[in-house]
Design a protein around this ligand. Sequence first.
Ligand code: SF4
Length: 99
Amino acid sequence: MSEGPAIHFFTDVMGRVNQVPQEMGGSCVQCGNCCMNKRCMFLQAIDDGRFQCGIYHSLLRRFSNCGSFPLNAYDIERYECPSYFVIQVMPASPESRRR
Ligand code: SF4
């Protein structure tokens, strides 16, 4: 727990809440990267090289902070998540508002 969720909280979540993007795309493909690079003791291998969390529905996971992934682009890059991506929201230019 200290290597995964705790580090994730103290390095990625705490103090970075203002960096949470408004829009994020993708969906979990269960690669296991964000689960301590597939080394989490609760991770279970399933079919096609995918993984699932063995405590997904338990109270323990709720306190693990794992559900906060991915929080931002840094988070996605850190775990080399193959699916999630930040959608850049561009402010409308004055020209586009006149149309
Ligand atoms: S790194 Fe991304 S795709 Fe892989 S298990 Fe985590 S959320 Fe899912």
